[in-house]
Design a binder for this molecule. Sequence first.
Ligand code: MF3
Ligand code: CO
Length: 257
Amino acid sequence: MIYIKTPQEIALIREGGKILARILEELGNAVEPGMKTIELDKLAERLVFKYGAIAAFKNYKPCFNHEGQGGYPASVCVSINEEVVHGIPGNRVLREGDIVSLDMGVLYKGYFTDAAITVGAGKISPIARKLIDVTKKSLELAIGETKIGNHLGDIGWAAQSYAEKNGFSVVRDLVGHGVGKFIHEEPDIPNFGRPGAGLELKEGMVLAFEPMVNAGDYKVKTFADGWTFVTVDKSLSAHFEHTVAITKNGVEVLTRL
Ligand code: MF3
Ligand code: CO
């Protein structure tokens, strides 16, 4: 079931989106070699409290494979280098040249928003820089295809074709999603597809696009901690995500300042 949002609901989601954008900007600026990733989680918790929001991922428990276990143990997912998403902050120390994906969701006034960025710690390699830039542009191209009457396949194709043209691959096993009263709503939004295929976009849809782009092969697997996804070939991976709304005036990126 796809929940169509009213302009009043989108106004509330916009408020939460701005808060999330601010938090992610501050987290991105805080990344530096020598720090522990748990410091990023502590900063995330301070910021989410300061803005009067709630961290959406803390204790989150997807029903598909984490039954019987505790939920996700942190407020921000920190995924380093070959880690794709859902890395758990801890005592690992960031090193010069690491690329760090920060993925966070907040709940504000009854609605969720979800966004992610990837940044470098200190000076990063040219290939890492290119991977980050291409992933960010893949997301922007996907957003550019977001208009009433277009299809999910147009969005997926925009992200996939740009990443592949640059010699990279898009992750297939993890997808974007609708977002609203729940962090994950229908539909699933693959970051690959065929133009014109899939669900038609309608006014009032609020969607999270989140291309994950690998420098090598698209295959991923979960790491021993049960949460962290890593690339099978250990190649670098980057992730960008925005929550967007489809309005009668066009697409609006809700998680941008
Ligand atoms: N950020 C993920 C998404 O975009 C959700 C992470 S849930 C967690 O769908 F619990 F694993 F953090
Ligand atoms: Co998401």
